[in-house]
Design a protein around this ligand. Structure first.
Ligand code: NDP
Length: 331
């Protein structure tokens, strides 16, 4: 029987999960849950119920895995433990510093409800984390480097939108080519935050903002602590039409590089690199969440309970293929 997937929260990621389920023959979409008025919402799949999130109990027996697509900042810290008490769940929680705290809360809820949860699935955290673990386990003497982009950072774009006089904005994080080359060289250089990435901002000013107002917006951006102050940041003012035409996509990507030494005297160099180039960050992330939902379903069938991250998932659990076929085709 196909794995019955529920989606909680229908934003970019929620819609991406809907697309991912369509590409996985062993999955079926059972329901979409939302905090908005379901009558005002249309989804891509015909015949699938869109229901109020508060009515989750009606679906307790109809869903094998809930994929939680709320935002990391304020939704998932409460949403994931709440749902893990009643369903097997997957989330994409990406506030790295708070993952241990989130894990503990979800683990307690999932154990109390005898369910399986998998948190922080995606690419970073997620696939990049796996590659950091693989490469640093294999090359204990070495350094790792994570580069993000070129891609849109939603958090940084939101931070710009909160500045007075800004109507809309899009922020790109861009890896510095020279830093990438240095990381790939095998020389294990020390690279500062400023050396590794630049930030490029496209800003639509409110009507009536003059030259001095634009300068004030630019100053507010480039000096903003935690977001821009530690980076070389460029700001371009553009029209609303230009923003829609040229910057409406959500591309992203990046590279995880481990540069290490092998040999008795550590005389040889080994460089491991994993890279992603994504037209759509949420659609790709959703693909990871769908594969993780399959793994969660298998853990549940095995009788596991509690919280896991992608570091705890055997690769074979992610695949629709059985272990014998995997050994024949993928090893
Ligand atoms: P969105 O802002 O598009 O959606 C978040 C929630 O907001 C939705 O679940 C939805 O809930 C609500 N929402 C969406 N659109 C509207 C709207 N028009 N009006 C009102 N509410 C709306 O966020 P994303 O889907 O882009 O991203 C979700 C999270 O995924 C991010 O916070 C990020 O942390 C994480 N992520 C993780 C990655 C990783 O590698 N681990 C990579 C990419 C993202 P509802 O339907 O209930 O209203």
């Amino acid at each position: 029987m196909a794995i019955r997937i529920g989606i909680v929260g229908y934003g970019n990621l929620g819609r991406g999960v809907e697309c991912a389920v369509r590409q996985n023959a062993d999955m079926t979409l059972a329901a979409v849950l939302t905090r908005r008025d379901p009558k005002q919402m249309t989804i891509l799949t015909e015949g699938v119920p869109v229901v109020r999130q508060d009515d989750w109990a009606d679906y307790a027996d109809a869903i094998d895995v809930m994929i939680l697509c709320g935002g990391s900042a304020t939704d998932l810290p409460t949403m994931t433990p709440a749902f893990a008490a009643h369903f097997n769940v997957v989330d994409s929680f990406d506030t790295h510093a708070k993952i241990p705290e989130h894990f503990a809360a979800v683990d307690a809820a999932a154990r109390a409800g005898s369910h399986v949860a998998l948190i922080s699935a995606g690419w970073d955290p997620g696939l990049f984390s796996l590659n950091r673990v693989y490469a640093s386990s294999i090359l204990p003497e070495g350094k790792h480097y994570t580069f993000w982009g070129k891609g849109v950072s939603q958090g940084h774009s939101d931070a710009i939108r909160r500045i007075d006089g800004v109507k809309d904005a899009r922020q790109y994080t861009i890896p510095v080519e020279a830093a990438l080359a240095a990381a790939r060289s095998g020389d294990n250089p020390e690279l500062t935050t400023r050396q590794m990435h630049t930030r490029e901002c496209f800003v639509v000013a409110e009507d009536g903002v003059d030259e001095a107002g634009r300068q004030a917006i630019e100053d507010a951006i480039v000096t903003m602590p935690n977001y821009f102050a530690d980076y070389d940041t460029t700001v371009h003012f553009i029209t609303e039409e230009e923003l829609q035409r040229d910057h409406s996509g959500i591309p992203h990507g990046g590279f995880v590089i481990r540069s290490g030494k092998t040999g008795w005297e550590a005389e040889n160099t080994a460089v491991v690199e994993y890279g992603l180039t994504l037209d759509s960050n949420p659609e790709f992330t959703a693909g990871v969440l769908a594969a993780c939902a399959r793994a969660v379903h298998r853990f549940a069938q095995d009788g596991s309970v509690g919280c896991k991250s992608m570091l705890d998932v055997p690769p074979a659990y992610l695949s629709p293929l059985d272990p014998q076929t995997l050994r024949a085709r993928m090893l």
